[in-house]
Design a binder for this molecule. Structure first.
Ligand SMILES: C[S@@+](CC[C@H](N)C(=O)[O-])C[C@H]1O[C@@H](n2cnc3c(N)ncnc32)[C@H](O)[C@@H]1O
Length: 258
């Protein structure tokens, strides 16, 4: 499909969703005045990640202290098998799974009751967080807008089984609208997973806000931190110690709030 027809498809998808008009206005502004921001500092970030990275397995065993831990696929084989089948049968292809064991075990370590995530798509990160949070009858607050032009709205979160949805509140707006709504309901968060707007500016807007609402000792985790320098800059500018985790040839990072 040509770029022009892609753009018009996305534009009309926005027009039919008035709750996303604020994001449409921001996208138009960004495409006119700030086109190159998405990959700002990518080379420096990739070097920084490569220098500091440790494996997901080592992070869970040595930093979180779950020696000889069991992968969630073995802990919950039926749920994971059904989730995989739901992904396979989903007619729309969306962004895939991240470091699911790490997400689960950080929530276990924190004994998380309240978590926030940005970016749901199939819902793999939601599933990993909910499997832990549900044990304490806590709540996962998720922010997600659909992939515009893909008409995937009805499939968002399709890998999350129905029984876990009792502990889940999904806000179907852009983060800039969702997050203020979420923080009005719950102001003190144990765990945050960031996996939505991957642009430098999007991250640099969201990270400080998310961090502010973390409780002391809580964790902010972000996916794809090698894509641009936002996570690295956020850590270095604020003197935050971070843990960089390599998995599937990409990087996630997390910070404990001291
Ligand atoms: C990589 S996918 C998330 C994958 C998910 N965490 C998982 O583990 O399955 C990114 C999602 O974020 C959504 N998204 C992108 N920009 C957003 C924004 N500004 N606000 C809210 N959601 C956004 C995308 O439409 C998509 O659904």
């Amino acid at each position: 499909m040509s770029e022009i027809s892609n753009i018009s498809k996305t534009f009309f998808a926005y027009l039919s969703r008035p709750h996303l008009y604020p994001e449409l206005a921001r996208k138009i502004y960004k495409n006119i005045f700030n086109r190159k921001a998405a990959f700002k500092g990518k080379d420096d970030a990739a070097l920084w990640c490569a220098k500091n990275a440790i494996s997901q397995e080592k992070t869970i065993a040595e930093i979180l202290g779950f020696k000889n831990y069991t992968k969630i696929e073995e802990l919950y084989p039926e749920i994971l098998a059904e989730a995989k089948s739901n992904e396979k049968n989903c007619p729309v292809k969306m962004g895939g799974a991240g470091a699911l064991d790490l997400i689960f075990y950080i929530n276990e370590y924190l004994k998380a009751e309240n978590a926030v995530e940005t970016g749901v798509a199939y819902g793999w990160s939601s599933l990993a967080a909910l499997l832990s949070i549900e044990k304490r009858n806590g709540t996962l607050y998720s922010s997600d807008m659909p992939y515009l032009g893909k008409e995937n709205d009805q499939y968002v979160g399709c890998v999350v089984p129905e029984n876990l949805t009792f502990n889940w509140q999904l806000f179907r707006f852009a983060d800039r609208e969702s997050l203020p709504k979420i923080f009005k309901i719950q102001d003190s968060i144990d765990f945050v997973h960031y996996d939505s707007d991957k642009s430098y500016d999007g991250r640099m807007w969201a990270y400080p806000l998310l961090f502010k609402h973390l409780r002391k000792g809580g964790v902010l985790m972000s996916d794809d931190i090698g894509d641009n320098a936002a996570f690295m800059d956020f850590c270095l500018q604020n003197n935050y110690e971070s843990i960089v985790v390599e998995f599937d040839e990409k990087y996630a990072g997390f910070i404990f709030k001291k």
